[in-house]
Design a protein around this ligand. Structure first.
Ligand code: KMH
Ligand code: ZN
Length: 279
């Protein structure tokens, strides 16, 4: 019997916390814009959405009411797996980042260590990582481990050794390559990170800025999943701004298809991640 090719889980990260609409007007910052982007990205092949939200002035916020409203609106409009960022912006306090889980998403990002972040520092000290992880376990929320550094993979293994498996039992990671201060967006860096993962873990990868396409091709060739979106890159090609998030998902789905690993449906992605069908 021919082997069925494993589908590719495509996560879209439409907004992030670092860019503003003056850099690219297609960046979704209002709830309506986010919902439209999520719908278009699902149609283009995304199965999970990694969400940062903004306030009325377009600034990053972790306002609990807005987070709850956002989760409800995305669930109403799409079948996407809803993943909230607990990374927020580099200025967000730890308590507010922990409280993100109260909005009851399907999944959340969880960075396993501190990393230089351009001119800033993205702080994730060990006691905070442990507290966040234990809250995901208690609340039944799937953590997606964000790995910006090889040391973050070591910390992930320590977390699992000392505190046991995540809610649902499945370990899913996302390599974020090409952040100034983190691992470079290169194939050797990705190969080194993947080699250190615990057995049975699934993973996606994203390359920041101009490393987006090389990292995508490397991930596909290694059997990994993909994350794309305007959080990570605002240009489709040198000097060519991204049209919108769906354009980035369309390219990811096209390349995944060429790699004979077509984009997963949300239901297939839930099966990959060990999440219960629909909510
Ligand atoms: N905005 C960065 C400081 C995450 O979403 O968990 C952190 C970040 C990672 O984007
Ligand atoms: Zn993020």
């Amino acid at each position: 019997m021919p082997l069925m090719p494993a589908p590719t889980l495509i996560t879209v990260a439409p907004t992030g916390a670092e860019s503003q609409q003056d850099a690219n007007p297609a960046l979704p910052v209002t709830l309506d814009e986010l919902v439209v982007a999520a719908r278009e990205c699902q149609a283009a092949g995304a199965s999970m959405v990694h969400i940062h939200i903004r306030d009325e002035a377009g600034r990053p916020t972790l306002d609990p009411g807005r987070l709850r409203e956002t989760v409800a609106a995305i669930r109403e409009a799409t079948e996407l797996i809803v993943q909230l960022s607990t990374g927020g912006a580099v200025t967000d306090p730890f308590e507010a980042r922990l409280a993100v889980l109260d909005a009851a998403p399907d999944a959340c990002s969880l960075t396993t260590g501190t990393v230089n972040f351009g001119d800033d520092v993205f702080h994730n000290p060990w006691p905070f990582v442990v507290e966040l992880y234990q809250r995901t376990q208690a609340l039944g929320i799937l953590p997606e481990f964000e790995l910006f550094e090889l040391g973050h993979v070591v910390a992930l293994r320590r977390l699992l050794d000392e505190y046991g498996p995540p809610a649902g039992g499945h370990v899913h990671c996302d390599f974020v390559l090409g952040v100034p201060g983190g691992m470079p967006g290169t194939t050797p860096a990705l190969v080194a990170g993947v080699a250190m993962l615990p057995d049975g873990a699934t993973w996606s990868a994203t390359g920041i800025g101009r490393t987006s396409v090389p990292v995508m091709l490397a991930a596909l060739s290694m059997g990994g999943h993909l994350r794309v979106g305007m959080e990570d890159t605002l240009t489709y090609a040198p000097k060519r701004p991204v049209r919108d998030n769906a354009e980035l998902v369309e390219r990811a789905a096209r390349l995944a298809g060429e790699a004979l690993r077509p984009a997963a449906t949300p239901a297939q992605a839930r099966a990959v991640l060990g999440l219960a069908a629909g909510r």
